[in-house]
Design a binder for this molecule. Structure first.
Ligand code: PLP
Length: 319
């Protein structure tokens, strides 16, 4: 009898999710070249432009307690990026959604970090013309991961503001979710050198932009603001706007200066990798009284409640 791993190497049409033993793949499951594979077997060519030129777009959605959170919004952003980069994949939205469901259900995980991505691929003739490359779609589901660990979620993250400047929108439209992370990674090293846990980098005007994998908000006199330009329009950021509308809180997208962030009553960051996460220290100085703020707590609670709401989340189709 074949092992589950053997069955995963069969092409998509012959794969039956019902016959896969859940929890077989603690490290997760990938979909690559029409096959489902254990994560450790999901490999691409070093000649792929996704690797050589960071010519790729992707999106990450999470599954919490067996439910996708706002999958439609993540699919919208992913397909928008594909169109802007002139990439084509052999699946429509329903096809991609089905692959994501399969990756999660095959992995057996009920809390997962689920990525869909497309690279430019490589040209069979080594042509330097991107139009000759064969675009490559892949997806994977791995265990849920968070920007902040349990301790940091409780006491708030310690952040440094780096002087590194996020790649400007005139160079790369930030709405195309991308792997241009050298600015963010350099910002992280600045942060570590200063004893902080993560970094915020600046926009081209010297205002605060975003961090490695997250947007940022500050709260002043009960009003929220988040940087408007030069940042990924995060789905969690968008969710904060939606939650504020429901909760009757004022929120705007506007320039956030470094001084404004330092003087804020509350600061938090947002990401699919962790949700709404408090920041209580900036460059070694406490934000307000150094405790997690009341609005941050309130929004965090509603954010996680929404994960059970069918209007905001959808059940993973487990076997
Ligand atoms: N900004 C950057 C640069 C990111 O990479 C991410 C997520 O990966 C975010 C912000 C947060 O976006 P989302 O809330 O959609 O996860």
């Amino acid at each position: 009898m074949s092992k589950p791993a053997d069955r995963h190497t069969k092409p998509l049409p012959s794969l039956s999710a019902r016959h896969i033993d859940p929890h077989s793949y603690p490290e997760g499951v990938a979909f690559l070249d029409g096959q489902y594979l254990p994560m450790s077997q999901a490999k691409i060519s070093v000649l792929d432009w996704g690797f050589l030129h960071s010519d790729a777009t992707y999106d990450t959605v999470h599954v919490w307690d067996g439910r996708f959170f706002r999958l439609d919004l993540h699919l919208d952003r992913f397909f928008g990026g594909l169109e802007k980069l002139r990439m084509t994949i052999p699946f429509d939205r329903e096809g991609v959604a089905e692959i994501l469901h399969n990756c999660v259900s095959l992995s057996g995980h009920r809390a997962a970090y689920v990525e869909m991505l497309c690279t430019r691929g490589a040209s069979p003739t080594f042509s330097r013309d991107p139009r000759d490359a064969v675009n490559r779609f892949m997806a994977f589901a791995v265990p849920f991961g968070s920007v902040a660990n349990a301790e940091q979620l409780q006491r708030g993250l310690h952040v440094a503001i780096s002087d590194k400047v996020r790649i400007p929108p005139a160079s790369i439209d930030p709405a195309i979710k991308n792997y241009h992370w050298l600015d963010l990674v350099r910002g992280l090293y600045d942060a570590y050198e200063r004893g902080a846990e993560t970094a915020l980098v600046l926009d081209f005007n010297g205002n605060v932009a975003e961090g490695p994998g997250f947007n940022v908000f500050c709260v002043d006199d009960g009003k929220l603001s988040t940087p408007a330009v030069g940042v990924l329009p995060g789905i969690t950021r968008r969710t904060v706007f939606d939650l504020c509308a429901e909760a009757g809180l004022a929120v705007t997208a506007a320039d956030v200066s470094v001084a404004a962030l330092r003087q804020a009553d509350e600061v938090f960051i947002t990401s699919t990798a962790g949700g709404i996460m408090p920041v209580t220290m900036i460059d070694g100085i406490p934000v307000a009284d150094g405790k997690v703020g009341a609005i941050t707590r309130r929004l965090t609670a509603i954010y996680w409640q929404k994960h059970e709401d069918p209007a905001w989340s959808s059940l993973v189709r487990y076997p």
